[in-house]
Design a protein around this ligand. Structure first.
Ligand SMILES: Cc1cc2nc3c(=O)[nH]c(=O)nc-3n(C[C@H](O)[C@H](O)[C@H](O)COP(=O)(O)O)c2cc1C
Length: 212
């Protein structure tokens, strides 16, 4: 590939006034990041298709990887091929045990199961994070939502889906129904999410307090 290929492509996509153009297809990264909240309730009237999951998983042949080892593998699960059973092996909203999330009838039904071909390590975990966030942003871009699920029964998920590899992380995908707002906190304030009058609040430390 010519050295200036990316530069030319950048100009084609963004135009030459680089500093002023911040959006592709009308969705800036900031707006995707803000919309990318963790939902724990999903609309069963809007079933996720295998094609949508494939579109979301499609980020994975374009992202960085530690030493470019690309050790992650993915199983796509919809309502049709095990999503309902898989959901029962997961735990949502541990910080709000009294709510017993998800509410009946709003359970996630579609998942991307991320497996690894090697035991977990620092690099594998970083790859997992890059993959997770890239897929969640893609979900938001196509009008869906999601949540990472680390709390699940690994052995039971492997058996249920007849996986050839150990699952490391689940990503639930669907049309989110939660009303979610970010709140600004200082580093010493409680970090736990909470709900008040039907709104799910997620505290985030302000950038000024993140910079050292
Ligand atoms: C690696 C990882 C694992 C997570 N596992 C769970 C989980 O098992 N159950 C759950 O309800 N939320 C889980 N979450 C979601 C977090 O609770 C959520 O990201 C956090 O509350 C901040 O909310 P936000 O994603 O809307 O910013 C997980 C998030 C990450 C990044």
């Amino acid at each position: 590939m010519a050295d200036n290929y990316l530069e030319k492509r950048y100009d084609e996509v963004f135009g030459s006034g680089r500093k002023t153009v911040r959006k592709v297809g009308g969705k800036s990264l900031d707006s995707l990041l803000l919309k990318n909240r963790s939902h724990r309730g999903f609309d069963h009237e809007v079933p996720v298709t295998m094609e949508q999951l494939r579109t979301i998983a499609g980020v994975n042949d374009k992202i960085p990887s530690g030493r470019n080892q690309q050790v992650l593998r993915f199983r796509l699960v919809t309502r049709e091929n095990g999503g309902t059973e898989l959901q029962k092996l997961t735990k949502l909203g541990a910080a709000l045990p009294e709510l017993h999330l998800p509410f009946p009838g709003t359970e996630p039904e579609a998942f991307i199961v991320i497996c690894t071909t090697v035991p977990e390590s620092k690099f594998v975990d970083i790859d997992l994070g890059i993959s997770l966030q890239s897929m969640l942003l893609k979900a938001v871009e196509i009008g869906l939502n999601g949540i990472a699920i680390g709390a699940f029964d690994k052995a039971a998920v492997r058996e249920l889906l007849d996986l050839p590899l150990d699952p490391a992380l689940l990503v639930a995908i669907g049309k989110g129904t939660d009303k979610i707002q970010l709140t600004r906190i200082t580093p010493d304030a409680p970090h736990a999410y909470y709900r008040k009058e039907g709104i799910h609040y997620v505290p985030k430390i302000h950038l000024d307090d993140l910079l050292i």
